[in-house]
Design a protein around this ligand. Structure first.
Ligand SMILES: Cc1cc2nc3c(=O)[nH]c(=O)nc-3n(C[C@H](O)[C@H](O)[C@H](O)COP(=O)(O)OP(=O)(O)OC[C@H]3O[C@@H](n4cnc5c(N)ncnc54)[C@H](O)[C@@H]3O)c2cc1C
Length: 453
């Protein structure tokens, strides 16, 4: 008898889970749901447009989707179009792979002012995610501030300071390309609340930002790069090898003034926390407190001192991490923004409902690169297969009896291929790799069955 597995989310973790399941010796059908008509999660809507080679991982997912036991059910939001409880009554097992799309908040006054955007909103906007096509960031300002010292903050800095002409050769959304062409941004402040030892950049991304940008000068808070003897000891530990490479790189760049005539400036500062974002009708300035790092039982903490400074800025981006969203019917830990699980096992069924599993960012939190999700999915699938052996999946005849029809608005992988082709063709006409559709209506419009209605 064939077992049916539902996977909620078509990002890397969902696809790697599908791959591991389809490679098992079980007779399976895998149905992958996504709230968008397009698959691939953050590979399409998160990874920076100028990182085309990373987006190339979608070819691996294409091959997984070719398996005849695999079916993509796009444009279906679980929790809205179909409830999780319904899935748990009609599938043998359910895998939650819906990512961590909510942005962490600063929780300071002024965070809701116009022209203050979270990384999730801004990245979604330049990548053409339909949720953010109306964002309208205003680049008619010389100064922008980015809060956060991670790779997403680096991506955003590259987009703000890069040459828009070069973005033409990427799959950046057309609306973003148009806006960035008229950008007056000259200075970007990259502000972190802790020190260079704690920054979570990877060296390749940092190198790209510091050494490969044209017409851009870099200034780094040199005092922060002078480490105390205890910090230097910490830096020499093997666990801090990435931080050491980053600090060596930043020291090299801080001593280097070869781009003195550049028209754009990147300022990297450490040990500063935002206290308030000020402005009347839109953001005008941010007020910062100088921090000290103290050891607490929970680890190193940045504590604000009385030292203050203000930066004037017409655009503020917050890039301080992502959290999962609760899915009705699934347990959720509000503190961590994750689904509580043991190696991917969330809840066993009660005989009339399927067991529930988690993979990817919703399982372990918003960390790790695309490849991290493969090992993560393998761990969850190992639990699933062991539960199958112990007959903990919902029995297939129960599953088949309750089998429901998909809502008619559901899109297939073939539909996605038509959308993909239409985007590539639109790109050919303007010598770009693709022109993305940025609304669900426009995506559905290219599908023949919708046009016939
Ligand atoms: C801005 C950014 C840039 C990044 N750049 C890189 C990079 O350059 N290289 C790299 O290796 N990694 C990068 N990463 C990390 C990488 O994207 C993640 O490791 C990976 O996407 C996590 O996979 P996931 O499947 O858990 O989540 P996601 O990729 O977020 O996929 C979740 C999917 O679930 C869907 N979904 C959500 N809710 C529902 C619902 N209720 N019903 C149905 N579907 C739903 C979403 O539409 C989405 O398609 C980046 C991350 C971000 C945020």
């Amino acid at each position: 008898m064939t077992s049916r597995i539902a996977i909620v989310g078509s990002g890397p973790s969902g696809f790697f889970a599908a791959e591991a399941l389809l490679k098992s010796n079980l007779r399976l059908q895998v149905h992958m749901f996504d709230r968008l008509p397009t698959p691939f999660g953050l590979v399409r809507s998160g990874v920076a447009p100028d990182h085309a080679s990373i987006k190339g991982v979608s070819r691996v997912f294409d091959r997984i989707a070719e398996d005849s036991a695999f079916e993509f059910c796009g444009n279906i939001e679980i929790g809205k179009d179909i409830s999780l409880n319904e899935l748990r009554r009609t599938y043998s097992a359910v895998v939650l792979a819906h990512g961590a799309a909510a942005d962490s908040k600063l929780g300071i006054p002024g965070e809701c002012l116009p022209q203050v955007f979270s990384a999730g909103q801004f990245v979604g906007w330049y990548n053409g995610h339909p949720d953010f096509s109306d964002l309208r960031p205003d680049f008619n300002t010389e100064n922008a501030v980015i809060f956060g010292h991670g790779n997403v903050a680096i991506d955003i800095a590259r987009m703000l300071l890069g040459d828009p002409q070069k973005f033409r050769k990427t799959d950046i959304a057309e609306h973003a390309l148009d806006s960035l062409r008229g950008s007056k941004i000259k200075t970007v402040h990259l502000v972190g609340r802790r020190g260079p030892l704690q920054a979570s950049f990877t060296t390749a991304e940092l190198r790209e930002l510091l050494l490969k940008m044209e017409d851009m000068r870099v200034e780094i808070d040199a005092a922060a790069l002078h480490l105390s003897s205890s910090e230097a000891d910490e830096l020499s530990k093997p666990a801090n090898a990435v931080a050491k490479r980053n600090i060596d790189l930043m020291r090299e760049v801080a001593d280097n003034s070869h781009q003195a005539a550049a028209s754009k400036l990147l300022l990297i500062s450490f040990f500063e926390s935002p206290l308030e974002i000020r402005g009347s009708t839109k953001v005008e300035a941010v007020s910062l407190a100088r921090n000290v790092i103290v050891n607490t039982p929970q680890g190193k903490r940045a504590i604000p001192t009385d030292e203050r400074r203000e930066i004037s800025a017409g655009l503020v981006l917050t890039s301080i991490g992502f959290r999962g969203r609760a899915l009705p019917g699934a347990p959720f830990d509000r503190l961590t923004g994750r689904i509580p699980n043991q190696n991917g096992r969330v809840q066993l069924g009660d005989g009339s409902t399927a067991p529930l599993y988690a993979v990817g960012w919703i399982k372990r939190g918003a960390n790790g690169v695309i490849g991290t999700n493969r090992a993560d999915a393998a761990e969850t699938v190992a639990c699933m297969l062991s539960d199958y052996t112990e007959r903990k999946w919902l029995e297939p005849d129960l599953v088949n009896r309750g089998k429901h029809a998909l809502p008619p608005k559901s899109t297939s992988f073939h539909d996605w291929q038509l959308i993909n082709q239409a985007e590539i063709s639109a790109g050919l006409a303007v010598e770009r790799p693709r022109v993305k559709f940025t609304t669900i209506a426009d995506m559905l419009d290219v599908l023949p069955q919708r046009q016939a209605r």
